[in-house]
Ligand binder design. Structure first.
Ligand code: ADP
Ligand code: MG
Length: 421
């Protein structure tokens, strides 16, 4: 019974590096280091030798070889060497008649472990190597002790044949299986996380280009208008220049916000008046529409339409839809885009309708997927961004379109909760 208890205790010590690894690295963004292997191996070896199992005073057995092999495989030769040194010093300190045998056995098992470690790293049959190590660690002590003290072995044969091989083989197999599995899982997770990060950075950078292009197009439109109309009244000219300045400022704000944030859709949201935002967008987009021979019509309620959103994001989103609608009309004769807004219960609905080229079923299906664009100079990011944004605001988008029959996008967004006075 006492031997079973010892056996279980030793198995627990053998599994300790895995247990410590699971605790220590669970929430960490790195995998195990040599230092970790060294420290945990040292602790485990110390505990395993302190509470060793023994059938005769002074001759003790523990999972020293399991830990030694583990430290060699996962920590490298130097770590293994330090563990061996710890073993020798502590064994000398513990004393007893078994010291001499322990040292001689170590002289065989250490080089053998180094050899097995090399094979382990090269072969695919790793478990065979581990099993072999476990059996060797039981067989060599048995052989040596039999040569040195046959009477001892014969008295405790059952212990040496039944208990010790289980110590070593089960210990080493379990430890390697569990440790290797969690370390590879962690590795996979880290690699996945890394590639996610790279993808996200790429997407942010790409939509950044897109967002900067819209205001630039607007500014370009205004500048062209100013140049065409040399007799433009000063008041109108100032208004155009102010709009240009606003657009440049917005671009600057977008850029600096992008630089300062890592997550694109977590900007500060507050109560805004969507009707006034849409008016501003129409004003900004009119030159672009004019350039494309498209007329813009706007119907918004005169009273404020309050929603909880980020003003700059909302503006960007509306610009995306209006810009697409204008572009869809650029090849038709009398292109027009109408924008309508009305409240509907707890929602506000914005209809963006054009009489442009429209879309077929296949195009409608792909709408909103990243990089999907049918335009030569398109990025296919505008709608991806807009769909994501609307979803993050608990809104929905529906679209009705027919080839050559125009398109109508309907955005539904929850109104800001009315706080009772
Ligand atoms: P981009 O405008 O850069 O092509 P978007 O994500 O804004 O990217 O739009 C993706 C695609 O959706 C467009 O290329 C176009 O084919 C289609 N699309 C979007 N809006 C309309 C519209 N109003 N009419 C017709 N097609 C549209
Ligand atoms: Mg677009």
């Amino acid at each position: 019974m006492a031997q079973i208890k010892d056996l279980l205790l030793q198995l627990f010590f053998a599994l300790m590096p895995f247990v410590l690894y699971s605790f220590y690295y669970r929430d960490k963004d790195t995998n195990y280091s040599r230092k970790f292997i060294l420290i945990t191996s040292m602790i485990c070896l110390f505990l395993s030798m302190t509470f060793a199992s023994s059938v005769e005073k002074g001759i003790q057995f523990d999972v020293r070889y399991v830990i030694l092999f583990f430290s060699l495989v996962f920590g490298g030769f130097r770590t293994g060497l330090l563990i061996m040194l710890e073993f020798v010093l502590y064994r000398l300190y513990l004393g007893g008649p078994g010291i001499y045998s322990a040292m001689v056995i170590l002289l065989i098992t250490f080089p053998l472990s180094v050899l097995l470690c090399k094979v382990y790293h090269r072969t695919r049959e790793k478990y065979l190597v581990i099993l072999m190590a476990g059996l060797c660690y039981s067989f060599f002590p048995l052989l040596f002790l039999y040569i040195d003290r046959p009477d001892y072995i014969l008295t405790h044969l059952a212990y040496h044949i039944l208990i010790l091989p289980v110590h070593n083989s089960v210990g080493v197999l379990l430890l390697f299986y569990l440790f290797e599995k969690s370390a590879t899982d962690k590795d996979m997770y880290l690699r996945y996380q890394q590639s996610e990060k790279i993808e996200a950075v790429g997407q942010v950078a790409a939509s950044l280009v897109h967002e900067v292009r819209n205001p630039l197009t607007t500014v370009l439109g205004f500048l062209k208008l100013i140049r065409q109309d040399e007799a433009m009244p000063a008041e109108k000219l100032h208004r155009f220049i102010d709009t240009c300045i606003d657009e440049v400022k917005r671009t600057e704000a977008i850029l600096s916000e992008y630089l300062s944030m890592s997550k694109p859709l977590t900007q500060k949201r507050e109560e805004i008046d969507l009707a006034r935002e849409l008016e501003a967008v129409v004003e900004v987009m009119t030159p672009y529409a004019t350039m494309n021979n498209v007329s813009l019509a706007l119907h918004v309620p005169s009273e404020p339409v309050r929603i909880t959103a980020n003003g700059a994001e909302m503006k960007q989103l509306l610009v995306n839809f209006v810009k697409n609608a204008v572009e869809a009309c650029s090849s038709v004769q009398k292109g027009n885009v109408s924008l309508r807004m009305h409240t509907d219960g707890p929602l506000v609905k914005v209809h963006i309708r054009d009489n442009g080229i429209g879309m077929n079923k296949e195009q409608l299906r792909r709408l909103g997927s990243i990089y999907y664009s049918t335009k030569n100079t398109g990025t296919g990011l505008g709608l991806t961004y807009s769909y994501q944004l609307i979803r993050s605001m608990n809104g929905t988008i529906s679209v009705f379109s027919q080839p050559h029959g125009g398109t109508e996008f309907t955005l539904s967004l929850p109104l800001a909760a009315i706080t009772p006075v």
